[in-house]
Ligand binder design. Structure first.
Ligand SMILES: Cc1cc2nc3c(=O)[nH]c(=O)nc-3n(C[C@H](O)[C@H](O)[C@H](O)COP(=O)(O)OP(=O)(O)OC[C@H]3O[C@@H](n4cnc5c(N)ncnc54)[C@H](O)[C@@H]3O)c2cc1C
Ligand code: SF4
Length: 339
């Protein structure tokens, strides 16, 4: 770990001023990812700017358009257990609670969750080539051990996946990210926030250094009647997803009016294929149709030596999760499992 200064700020203006658009100045929120990145020499900082005291962005507020605004500094735990989120956006609540551990969720913030970096083993091992850490050095995963890596959207420069659970639900819910920086405020649709690796795998998302995520907006529609989040992983807790799926369905008179299906663990960003969602519109919500949608979502998928199993796993996960979305009450946060 290199030497750095540490400063706490209590206003957004001070945070933007202290970061000053300088890549050597870094924000710290919950600290659950940035501390590891510093400790393992994956990133360096001259100055850490602790934004936790900026209380304005540590709450959940109702919006006039019927949606809600999640403060970037609200913790993952407080977000998942918020009564409005549990009632109207249980898909988000369930996805957050599938991630990490209770202790980490108590510290991790919503803004930090969007910004967390990949869990590719080589990214964290500074003795191996990695284009994400050191652009131009090569990708150790493509011909290495690549069990947890991407099967869609990858490039010859990087096959890492984005590890978040929360963001898979946010993608399905079509959230919007609110950003402030030296040049003012802007918003990004969630689908445009994270990037595919292409030839710049060192850039995870479209936030410009010096900008700060202030909040995340959810539209009114929460799919609380028919939703499901399924996370498949090597251990039943405290493990990142091999494949995860967030599904929200709007079903009327046994016909799908709207479908949202986002996948985690398979790509460099939460993966949605609009063609698959459109295919389901006007169809009966039955296994056969979900299977066709799953084929569309994984169309063109390419596996590597150790992760080809993910393609079939992802298809089965989509089908199973869509079926689970037909009977969501058993998954509602706090619901007792049926016997
Ligand atoms: C052991 C372990 C297991 C985990 N398992 C899972 C899991 O299963 N599923 C899952 O989804 N996640 C998991 N996580 C990741 C965890 O969810 C993230 O580390 C956490 O969400 C990051 O939030 P933070 O507030 O701690 O971010 P920090 O560590 O404080 O910051 C992370 C990055 O975000 C930047 N940043 C923070 N806030 C902002 C902001 N408002 N605007 C702009 N930039 C900002 C920081 O500069 C830094 O670059 C796990 C983490 C650990 C350590
Ligand atoms: S997959 Fe990406 S993060 Fe992993 S070694 Fe290759 S370039 Fe680095």
């Amino acid at each position: 770990m290199n030497n750095f200064s540490y400063t706490k700020v209590s206003t957004l203006a001070d945070a933007i001023h202290e970061i000053d658009g300088d890549i050597r100045n870094k924000i710290v929120a919950g600290g659950t990812n940035i501390n590891d990145l510093l400790r393992y020499f994956i990133t360096k900082a001259d100055k850490l700017v602790d934004i936790n005291p900026v209380s304005e962005y540590n709450s959940i507020v109702r919006l006039e358009n019927g949606g809600i605004r999640l403060g970037a500094l609200h913790t993952n735990a407080d977000t998942a257990y918020d009564p409005i989120v549990e009632e109207r956006y249980p898909l988000l609540s369930k996805a957050i609670l599938a991630g990490a551990s209770a202790q980490i969720r108590n510290m991790a913030t919503n803004g930090g969750n969007l910004m967390q970096r990949t869990r590719c083993y080589y990214f964290y091992d500074i003795h191996t080539p990695c284009n994400k850490r050191d652009l131009g050095s090569g990708c150790s995963a493509i011909n290495g051990y690549n069990r947890i890596h991407a099967v869609v959207g990858q490039s010859e420069n990087c096959i890492a996946v984005f590890p978040s659970d929360m963001c898979v639900a946010l993608a399905a819910l079509q959230a919007t990210v609110n950003i402030s920086g030296p040049n003012g405020e802007r918003t990004l649709p969630f689908a445009d926030f994270h990037r595919l690796p292409g030839d710049t795998p060192n850039i995870d998302n479209n936030l410009i250094h010096g900008e700060i995520i202030t909040s995340i907006d959810l539209p009114e529609k929460g799919f609380e009647k028919n939703y499901s989040y399924l996370k498949l992983r090597d251990r039943s807790s405290y493990a990142f997803a091999l494949v995860s799926v967030a599904t929200g369905l709007d079903i009327q008179n046994n016909v799908v009016k709207e479908a949202r299906i986002a996948l985690g663990g398979v790509a460099h960003k939460p993966w949605r294929v609009l063609e698959a969602e459109d295919f389901l519109i006007g169809k009966e919500p039955v296994r056969e149709n979900f299977a066709k949608a799953a084929d569309l979502i994984l169309k063109g998928a390419q596996g590597y030596e150790h992760n080809s199993f993910k393609i079939e796993l992802a298809k089965r996960a989509v089908i199973r999760n869509c079926m689970m979305a037909l009977n969501p009450e058993v998954q509602r946060p706090g619901a007792k499992p049926s016997v």
